[in-house]
Design a protein around this ligand. Sequence first.
Ligand SMILES: Cc1cc2nc3c(=O)[nH]c(=O)nc-3n(C[C@H](O)[C@H](O)[C@H](O)COP(=O)(O)OP(=O)(O)OC[C@H]3O[C@@H](n4cnc5c(N)ncnc54)[C@H](O)[C@@H]3O)c2cc1C
Length: 397
Amino acid sequence: MIAVVGASAAGLTAAQTLRREGYHGPLTVIGDEDRMPYDRPPLSKQILSGAWGPEKVTISSTVDAEWLLGVRATGLDLSARRLALSTGNTLEYDGLVIATGVRPRRLPFGQDLAGVHVLHTLDDTLAFKADLATARSVVIVGAGFIGSEVAAVASGKGVAVTIVDPLPAPMVTQFGPWVGGLVGKLHADHGVRLRMGVGVTGLVGDDRVNAVELSDGSTLPADVVLVAIGSVPNTEWLAGSGLSLSNGVDCDSLCQAGPGVVAAGDVASWTHPAHGVRMRVEHRMNATEQAVAAARTLLGKGEPYAPVPYFWTDQYDVKIQAYGTFPAGARPSVAAGDVGSGRFAALFAQECLITGVLGWNLPRDTRQLRTRIGLRAPDARPRESADSSLTTNSASP
Ligand SMILES: Cc1cc2nc3c(=O)[nH]c(=O)nc-3n(C[C@H](O)[C@H](O)[C@H](O)COP(=O)(O)OP(=O)(O)OC[C@H]3O[C@@H](n4cnc5c(N)ncnc54)[C@H](O)[C@@H]3O)c2cc1C
């Protein structure tokens, strides 16, 4: 019997792969959300904007398995190969796939006030969307990619949008100050107010939030607040199991976490064979690719998992695509298009090696440049700096 815990992108792909690779035995998928697997990337884009109805996010391809939905795995006995479930039942397995993903990090204060939201599930999104419909102002706490995408959608609805983050620019942790500056300018050009370099110290309101207090002593009025300050791997149910949980579920390069146990997706960290470092990737493509690798390992067909990580985000009419890695201090150089036209692709290099490519409304060149990752960087100096003018209403790809 193979059990898959987590019924989302990685869990579904693992189950599909097991069947496709010839596993015909009993297969059980356990998921604590009470719905079939659905895609999260459209939540902060098409679902929030209203372009899509909720039914469009369901991942239509399914798999022959027993689905225990609305059921939580609460414990793991590694030596007995047994799961404890929230129903009070236990489930014995021969092989286990852990695909429990992450959940949004919350503020230590004010998070329970009405009008304060996080955005991870379909229900989160529909509740936030409903609140946004009558709001005049929204404060977004956190300028990562989810906060930035939500700012883009909310500003299109005529709501006054402010993003607050102690860091100097949006998405700066992911892609560094140069890209952060460009994303910041993109938002400013669309009328979004950026309060970078300040933290949130309090949420004000009796039952419902009405303002946000900042570390510089100022206060922002807010009808609605979105907290988008990163995420936490769902590993609590594995505490005491004997699995190593230093960065999500720690795996080796084959995605093995323990005897008969593999992990995949946002919850799994593994040692990337090409980089020699432990990585945990919270991106949609990795959920699929790593689930395939982990399922194959469980069937004895494993190979070291060595992907080129891929990520995209859509903000206004800009599609940003990123392949590879973007270590702190990696130097960008524009290799195709130009920043001023709003269509470019830049290589990022560290110690003379190309580690990643980032495209801004230039998908074909970005894809082609991806083959340069791992090669020597010809010129690591940026050809254009972050204060080059950026046209944001360029044609979409
Ligand atoms: C709003 C939003 C927008 C995004 N946009 C993009 C994007 O534009 N590009 C991109 O590359 N990535 C994006 N992502 C990230 C992408 O969606 C994730 O990388 C992907 O969903 C990870 O899939 P997963 O199956 O590993 O984890 P998850 O999708 O988090 O699923 C894990 C599942 O396990 C369940 N679970 C947790 N604990 C238990 C338990 N103990 N028992 C049973 N079930 C449990 C959870 O409830 C959940 O259903 C976005 C994510 C969000 C939230």
